[in-house]
Ligand binder design. Structure first.
Ligand SMILES: NC(=O)c1ccc[n+]([C@@H]2O[C@H](COP(=O)([O-])OP(=O)(O)OC[C@H]3O[C@@H](n4cnc5c(N)ncnc54)[C@H](OP(=O)(O)O)[C@@H]3O)[C@@H](O)[C@H]2O)c1
Length: 337
């Protein structure tokens, strides 16, 4: 007999969510797809930083989920039954299925995906929302091209790692900022950035300056004030700064981040706020660019996967603490692609 399980919040987290805030419990197996909807078997869950804020009611005005309900979140899943003419059993989709083994969802939010040059789970990372974020920031907002010096922090992660690889593929010099030796190795060894500095090491600011020559012309920010205040004085005039994420501030109490306004004026810098939702309609454009790069070894995918739905709470805590390497996911069921 097939049994279902899901992950629920035990209590509303008061600070950064921890594994102990969650529990994995049995729940009814959906009897079938909802009208015009899909019955899904989840293959992999996406662990994303925004979810930490969402669970505390701090993401784009969305309410915090109540304790006891299935946790929200994107997943790649196999269609078991379909009540929608656009989907067939055996096809794969990305949708907000939540942290569960089996889900009955509306077809409206589901996007069909296929394995090919990349594993199906890559549609949660490089070929999904994080990759689209990187593409939007690098190509649509900052319009990176040959001659640019491109810096990005959280450079081992799904967004930062993809952003740097795109910039490099478009002719820029890509310089990463990341925490620790393993991430440095991933960024330069596998992703092929031109350089990477470890911001946890003594003297990293001087190393970053040296790696950037005349200075960054484009900076892609994923972390927050501690990096911005170092990078701003190094920028070349007319630099473009993509403000994508503030990972170090999501769960910090105290003052909100501030920006050094003086250098922004002096450098004639452009601040470009990025929200990926604006670009979802163009996901196919990014995927069409990315697939040949993946096939040619010019866009590398690195996943940090934990095994089984039961591992989701601990994997989520690791991800929020930045202890993962690459795109954090949870493998829930077999990938039969
Ligand atoms: N604007 C948008 O529409 C949009 C869309 C998607 C993602 N984002 C943002 O893009 C950024 C990267 O996303 P991602 O999914 O690729 O995540 P990720 O890079 O895999 O994980 C976040 C990274 O932030 C770094 N970090 C620095 N200080 C931290 C702290 N105090 N706590 C936790 N992490 C810290 C860590 O890398 P190091 O150890 O290397 O510092 C950590 O691995 C996040 O800020 C995310 O919210 C924005």
């Amino acid at each position: 007999m097939i049994t279902n399980r899901h992950v629920v919040l035990k209590r509303a987290p008061a600070a950064m969510p921890k594994a102990a805030d969650f529990e994995v419990v049995s729940c009814p197996m959906p009897s079938g797809p909802p009208p015009e909807g899909l019955l899904l078997r989840v293959v992999a869950l996406s662990m994303d930083p925004y979810l930490g804020g969402r669970l505390r009611g701090r993401h784009m005005g969305e309410p915090a989920p109540a304790p006891g309900g299935t946790l929200p979140g994107f997943a790649v899943a196999e269609v078991m039954e379909s009540a929608h003419p656009g989907f067939k059993p055996g096809e794969y989709v990305v949708t907000e299925a939540g942290w569960t083994r089996f889900a009955a969802v509306p077809a409206a939010g589901a996007r069909k995906v296929a394995a090919g040059a990349a594993p199906i789970s890559a549609h949660l990372g490089v070929l999904g929302m994080p990759g689209l974020t990187a593409w939007a920031g690098v190509t649509q907002l900052a319009k990176v091209g040959p001659g640019d010096v491109f810096t990005v922090d959280a450079a081992a992660g799904a967004v930062g790692g993809t952003a740097g690889q795109i910039a490099r593929n478009l002719g820029a010099r890509a310089v990463g900022i990341a925490g620790g030796a393993a991430k440095m190795e991933l960024v330069t060894g596998s992703y092929g950035f031109d350089a990477c500095v470890d911001y946890r090491a003594e003297g990293w600011q001087a190393k970053l300056k040296a790696a950037c020559g005349a200075g960054p012309t484009v900076h892609f920010e994923n972390v927050g004030q501690s990096v911005l205040q170092t990078v701003f004085p190094m920028l070349q005039n007319y630099a473009r700064i993509v403000l994508c994420g503030l990972a170090e501030h999501y769960h910090a109490d105290g003052q909100p981040p501030t920006l050094p306004i003086g250098p922004i004026v002096g450098k004639r810098a452009a601040l470009l706020g990025l929200v990926v939702y604006d670009f979802y309609a163009r996901l196919d454009e990014w995927v069409a660019l990315a697939l040949p790069w993946i096939a040619a070894g010019k866009l590398m995918i690195h996943e940090d996967a934990s095994e089984g739905l039961e591992s989701a709470p601990a994997q989520f805590e690791r991800m929020l603490k930045g202890q993962h390497l690459g795109k954090a996911i949870v493998r829930v069921g077999p990938d039969r692609t």
